[in-house]
Design a protein around this ligand. Structure first.
Ligand code: NDP
Ligand code: HSE
Length: 579
C-alpha cells in the first residue's frame, strides 16, 4: 500500500516464557496489522534457552571456541522465530520467517559479541509487501565468512534497533513491564518512578539493565528514538536524545469484567485467550447451552451458566457474543447494550439484520459494539476499509466464506459436496446450518456488514446470490472458457460506483492472474478498489477457531486499551448465575 508504515516489534525472553506464550505475541503483531502497519517481529530465544545452549556447547566441547558456541546458541532464536511463524499461521495471519543469513544481516567483530553492519533491506521489504509480517531471529547475524555470530547477551534489542534504523521504521521493545522504571518494579523495595521519556545517557546510567547497553549506544549514535513497553502497552517509555521525564507509576487498573456467551468453535478459543490475560481481565460468566457436553478447552464449573440473558444483562464491562444467529444472540446483545456493556461479536447475521438498531442502542448507552471477526475471520478486512484516510472504496470484491471455498477446493479434488461439507463442519468452519454458507447467505451478510462499515445501507435480501447447485457449478466452470488452470470460487462483490449499491455473491471461474485465485482452503481475501484506482488486497484464514478468536480478542484488547477501568470505580454488580 502506498506509504505503508513499518514497525519493528522486539519480543524478549521475558515475554517468551515458553511456546504457550507465542499466542500472546501473535495478539501484539495482529494489533499492529489491524492498525495498518507492516510488522517486523524480532524474537529472542525462549526464556532460559541461551543459558541451556551455552551449557550444552560446554558439554559437547569444553573450552569450545567462540564461533562454535555462537553456532549452537544461534539455534535458540531460530527455533522461536520458526515456532512464531507456525502460530501466526494457525491464527490466520500470513507471515514470512527470514533467517539472518538469507537477508544479509552481516555482523563484524568477535563471534560472541558482534555488531551488525549490513542488511539487505530490499529482501525484507519484498517479504513485507508479500505477507505484511516478517519474523526475524534476534541476536544472530552472519560473519565475514557467512558463519553464524551473535551480538552479545541481550543482543535481540540491537537486532531490532539496527533493523528499524535500516528500514527507517518505528521500533518498540516489548518486555514484561509496561515501561522503563528506575529499578525493576517486580523486585522488593520502594516503588520506582516510571520514565515517561528517558535520555539515552540517563538510561545507560541505570543499574537495572532492561535494555542491552550496546543497543542503546547504537541508537544514540544515530539519534534513533525507540519505545519500551509491555504487551498491549499504551504508554511506552520513549528512549531518545530528549531530556528525561519521570513520573509516579500509574495506578494499576482493576480487571476488566467480561461475560462470554457461547463456547463453541469460536467461544472456546476466545476463552483460551482471555484466560491468558492474567489480572487484566476477569471472566465473570460463560454462557452455553449444554453444560454436560464434553469440551476440548476446559472452563471452571463456577463460571458456567445457562442463564444467557442474565449473563448478558449483568452490567459487566464487556459482553462477548459467540452464539450465532438472530434469536437468543440478538436478545442477549440488546440486553448487554441496555445494561451499559460494550459488545464484541462475530455474528454477521445479526449485524447485517439489526445494524441500525444495535448501533442506536450502543450510542444511547455510551458503549461500543465491535464486530471485526464478523467479516473475514482472522483477516482484518473491516479495518482495511478504514486504512486510507481521505480516500473511499469504489468496490470490494472477495472470497468471503471459508466453508464454501474449502468445499469448492475439495470438490475439485474429487470429494463429494456432502463429505466436503461434513469435513468443514468438523473443522469448525461452518455455520450451525451450513446451507447458509454454501448458498451465499453468509457472504451476503458479510457484504452488508462491509457496506454498513462504509456508511452505506444494504439489506441481506438485496444481495443477488447463486445457489450452490450442480447446474450453477457447471455454468461457473464453463465460464472459464475451457481454461484448465481456472478455479471456481464463490465471489462476493459490493459495487459502490453507482447511485445505489449493487451486491452479489456468484460462483465464478478465476484465472491465475486474479488476486483471488490463490486463496486455498478456508482462507479469505478481498480486493478493495479505492477512488484513486489503487487496489489493496488483504488475505489470511477466514474461518475456524484460532483465526476467528484472534480477531474477537483483538476487539477485546482494543476496548482494554481505550477503557482501562479506573481502580477507584466500583466494579459492576456481580454476574453470578445459576446453571
Ligand atoms: P458453534 O455452533 O460452534 O458454537 C455456538 C455456541 O453457542 C455453542 O457453545 C453453544 O452451546 C452456544 N449456544 C447455543 N445456544 C445458546 C444459548 N441459548 N445460550 C448460550 N449459549 C448457546 O458456533 P461458532 O463458534 O462456529 O460460531 C459462533 C459465532 O461466530 C457465529 O455468529 C458465527 O457466525 C461466528 N463466526 C464463526 C466463525 C467460524 O469459523 N466458526 C468465523 C467467524 C464468525 P453448546 O456448546 O452448549 O452447544
Ligand atoms: N461459516 C463462516 C465461513 C465462518 O465459513 O466463512 C466465518 O465467517
Amino acid at each position: 500500500m502506498p506509504g505503508e508504515r513499518v514497525i519493528v516489534l522486539k519480543f524478549g525472553g521475558s515475554v517468551l516464557a515458553d511456546e504457550t506464550a507465542l499466542s500472546d505475541v501473535v495478539h501484539e503483531i495482529y494489533r499492529w496489522r489491524r492498525e495498518g502497519f507492516q510488522v517486523v517481529a524480532v524474537v529472542s530465544a525462549f526464556y532460559g534457552t541461551t543459558d541451556r545452549l551455552i551449557a550444552h556447547a560446554a558439554d559437547l566441547c569444553p573450552g569450545a571456541d567462540r564461533e562454535t558456541v555462537a553456532a549452537i546458541v544461534s539455534i535458540g532464536e531460530c527455533e522461536s522465530a520458526a515456532a512464531l511463524g507456525a502460530v501466526l499461521d494457525r491464527a490466520g495471519t500470513p507471515a514470512t520467517v527470514l533467517m539472518p543469513g538469507a537477508i544479509g544481516l552481516h555482523a563484524d567483530g568477535p563471534a560472541d559479541d558482534a555488531c551488525p553492519v549490513g542488511l539487505n533491506t530490499d529482501l525484507v521489504r519484498t517479504a513485507l509487501r508479500r505477507t505484511g509480517v516478517v519474523v526475524i531471529p534476534g541476536f544472530v547475524g552472519h560473519g565475514h565468512a557467512a558463519q553464524p555470530v551473535v551480538l552479545g547477551r541481550g543482543g535481540s534489542d540491537l537486532t531490532a534497533i539496527y533493523i528499524a534504523a535500516q528500514l527507517q521504521a518505528r521500533c518498540r521493545l516489548v518486555k514484561d513491564v509496561d515501561a522503563l522504571y528506575e529499578h525493576d518494579p517486580k523486585k522488593p523495595g520502594p516503588t520506582p518512578r516510571r520514565f515517561v521519556t528517558a535520555n539515552y545517557d540517563d538510561e545507560l546510567k541505570l543499574d537495572a539493565k532492561a535494555i542491552q547497553p550496546k543497543a542503546v549506544r547504537f541508537a544514540r549514535s544515530l539519534g534513533l528514538p525507540f519505545e519500551l513497553t509491555g504487551l498491549n502497552g499504551t504508554d511506552p517509555t520513549v528512549i531518545s536524545n530528549d531530556p528525561t521525564v519521570l513520573a509516579d507509576p500509574p495506578k494499576k487498573p482493576r480487571p476488566l469484567r467480561v461475560a462470554l456467551l457461547g463456547f463453541g468453535a469460536v467461544g472456546a478459543g476466545v476463552y483460551h485467550h482471555l484466560a491468558r490475560l492474567g489480572d487484566a481481565v476477569e471472566v465473570t460468566a460463560v454462557a452455553l447451552r449444554d453444560p454436560a457436553k464434553p469440551r476440548d478447552i476446559p472452563v471452571p464449573d463456577h463460571l458456567v451458566t445457562t442463564d444467557t440473558l442474565g449473563a448478558a444483562a449483568s452490567g459487566v464491562d464487556i459482553v462477548i457474543e459467540a452464539i450465532g444467529g438472530t434469536g437468543i444472540a440478538g436478545d442477549a446483545v440488546e440486553a448487554a447494550l441496555r445494561a451499559g456493556s460494550h459488545v464484541v461479536t462475530a455474528n454477521k447475521a445479526l449485524l447485517a439484520e439489526r445494524w441500525d438498531r444495535l448501533h442506536e442502542l450502543a450510542e444511547a448507552h455510551g458503549v461500543s459494539i465491535l464486530g471485526s471477526a464478523s467479516v473475514g475471520g482472522g483477516v482484518p478486512m473491516l479495518e482495511a476499509l478504514a486504512s486510507r484516510p481521505g480516500h473511499t472504496p469504489r468496490s470490494v470484491r472477495g472470497v468471503l466464506n471459508g466453508t464454501t471455498n474449502f468445499v469448492l477446493d475439495q470438490i475439485a479434488e474429487g470429494v463429494t459436496p456432502k463429505d466436503a461439507i461434513t469435513d468443514a463442519q468438523q473443522r469448525g468452519y461452518a455455520e450451525a446450518d451450513p446451507s447458509g454458507d454454501i448458498d451465499g447467505h453468509d457472504a451476503a451478510n458479510k457484504l452488508c456488514v462491509i457496506a454498513r462499515t462504509l456508511g452505506v445501507a444494504l439489506a441481506p435480501d438485496a444481495v443477488v446470490r447463486d445457489d450452490f447447485t450442480e447446474a450453477n457449478l457447471r455454468a461457473a466452470s464453463a465460464g472459464a472458457g475451457g481454461s484448465d488452470k481456472a478455479v471456481v470460487r464463490q465471489i462476493g462483490t459490493l459495487d459502490l460506483a453507482g447511485d445505489t449499491p449493487a451486491a452479489r455473491v456468484r460462483l465464478t471461474a478465476l484465472e491465475p492472474a486474479d488476486p483471488l485465485f490463490d486463496i486455498p482452503g478456508e482462507r479469505n481475501a478481498c480486493v478493495v478498489e479505492w477512488d484513486d484506482g489503487f487496489l489493496q488486497t488483504v488475505r489470511g484464514r477466514g474461518a475456524g477457531r484460532w483465526p476467528t478468536s484472534e480477531s474477537v480478542l483483538a476487539d477485546v484488547l482494543e476496548l482494554l486499551r481505550r477503557h482501562a477501568p479506573n481502580p477507584d470505580r466500583a466494579p459492576a454488580r456481580s454476574a453470578a448465575h445459576a446453571r
